[in-house]
Ligand binder design. Structure first.
Ligand code: NAD
Ligand code: IPM
Ligand code: MN
Length: 357
């Protein structure tokens, strides 16, 4: 029996989560497994109900689960809430409490979606890389932080990029281990020409690499990497980088592979794991059955693989998603002439129907 805590969140979060749950239920039925699902409230809807984005009860439900699934949090309704109480704070607190330091974000081109990238087909054909984003450190959590008033009355905002050795070591090891199961190439991304924290990052990654002589390592500055991702994304296999750089480069990758609605992620630590599509709550399309649920569904595939070691189930989900795309079904973000436009619910149905033993 596998215990999953499900946090639908805000905006399109509940819509895509519903489709992910549909797929989990179909897996349970098809493979005769028991997934015990417990739902909990998080983000803006938790602010509305309890006055805070993450309650002790929700955190406890997440801590005791075998795996946690999160839809998305946030939205314009809560954009003016004080920083410490924003919906996004709940997600950051969850990641920190679960200590899920390795955020794995694959970017793979699905045949059939090649025209949805804004880049030329020959540039994006067969793209297949994975970003290992450090998730519980760096400028997202560094102290000092805050906004203060200077003696002259002017305001000053401060955030601090901090990394200590062990934080870099553990994400680097994860990235090198992962590269061994792929094309054995790691690109570490930093800003070591300017930032001391990046100089330490580069030094520690290089030291960890000594234990992986069979894996090729190169270093790139983040500005160059952003350009290289657009110029020739096929050069990348595994990218390992800091929290902030990984956040930005992963959204860039969304347009390399066609849509942010396709990007899944797994956030892994030594004890816990959290599965979350890369996209946000998409307030502009929420509540209209327009959201692409495939990022959420592919995040379930990552859960089957990484948390439950159910490799066959992960593959079944990926195959079902591929099949639906090959058959020409598209949510609006993926639509082009000659394909069949479907909504979020229908897309979930189509994938679930194609889950077979
Ligand atoms: P977003 O990812 O929500 O949306 C960016 C654009 O992509 C929008 O045009 C949206 O319609 C589109 N999009 C996103 N997901 C889609 C999907 N599944 N199918 C089709 N189109 C999709 O980013 P944003 O607009 O910068 O942020 C909106 C809110 O979400 C903010 O409050 C932000 O803080 C929050 N956010 C939350 C998470 C999370 O919970 N993991 C991640 C990113 C942003
Ligand atoms: C993401 C999101 C989050 C992040 C926000 C919502 C806190 O953008 O998961 O990519 O910056 O990590
Ligand atoms: Mn992001």
């Amino acid at each position: 029996m596998y215990k999953i805590t499900v946090l639908p969140g805000d905006g399109i979060g509940p819509e895509v989560t519903e489709q992910a749950l549909k797929v989990i239920q179909k897996l349970a039925k098809t493979f005769h497994l028991v997934f015990e699902i417990e739902e909990a409230i998080v983000g803006g809807c938790s602010i509305d109900k309890f006055g805070m984005p993450l309650t002790a009860e929700t955190l406890q439900k997440a801590m005791k689960a075998d795996a946690v699934f999160l839809g998305a949090v946030g939205g314009p309704k809560w954009d003016h809430v004080e920083t410490s109480k924003r919906p996004e704070k709940a997600l950051l607190a969850l990641r920190k409490s679960l200590e899920v330091y390795a955020n794995i974000r694959p970017a793979k081109m699905f045949p059939g979606l090649i025209n949805k990238s804004t880049l030329k087909p020959e540039v994006v054909k067969d793209v297949d890389f994975v970003i290992f984003r450090e998730l519980v450190g760096g400028i997202y959590f560094g102290e000092p932080r805050g906004i203060s008033v200077l003696p002259n009355g002017e305001e000053q905002g401060i955030n601090t990029e901090v990394y200590s050795t062990h934080e870099v070591e553990r994400i680097a090891r994860r990235a090198f281990d992962f590269a061994r199961r792929r094309r054995r190439k790691v690109t570490s991304v930093d800003k070591a020409n300017v930032l001391e924290s990046s100089q330490l990052w580069r030094r520690v990654v290089t030291k960890v690499h000594a234990q992986y002589p069979d894996v090729h390592l190169d270093h790139r500055y983040v500005d160059d990497c952003a350009m290289q991702l657009i110029k020739n994304p096929k050069q990348f296999d595994v990218i390992v980088t800091t929290n902030l750089f990984g956040d930005i480069l992963s959204d860039e990758s969304a347009m390399v592979t066609g849509s942010i609605g396709m990007l899944a992620s797994a956030s892994i630590g030594d004890k816990h794991a959290l599965y979350e599509p890369v996209h946000g709550s998409a307030p502009d399309i929420a509540g209209q059955d327009l959201a692409n649920p495939l990022a959420a569904i592919l995040s379930v595939a990552m859960m089957m693989e990484y948390s439950f070691n159910l490799h066959e189930l992960a593959q079944t989900i990926e195959k079902a998603v591929s099949a639906v795309i090959t058959e020409g079904y598209r949510t609006p973000d993926l639509y082009e002439e000659g394909t069949t436009k479907v909504g979020c619910v229908k897309m979930g149905d189509l994938v679930a129907e194609r889950i077979r033993a």
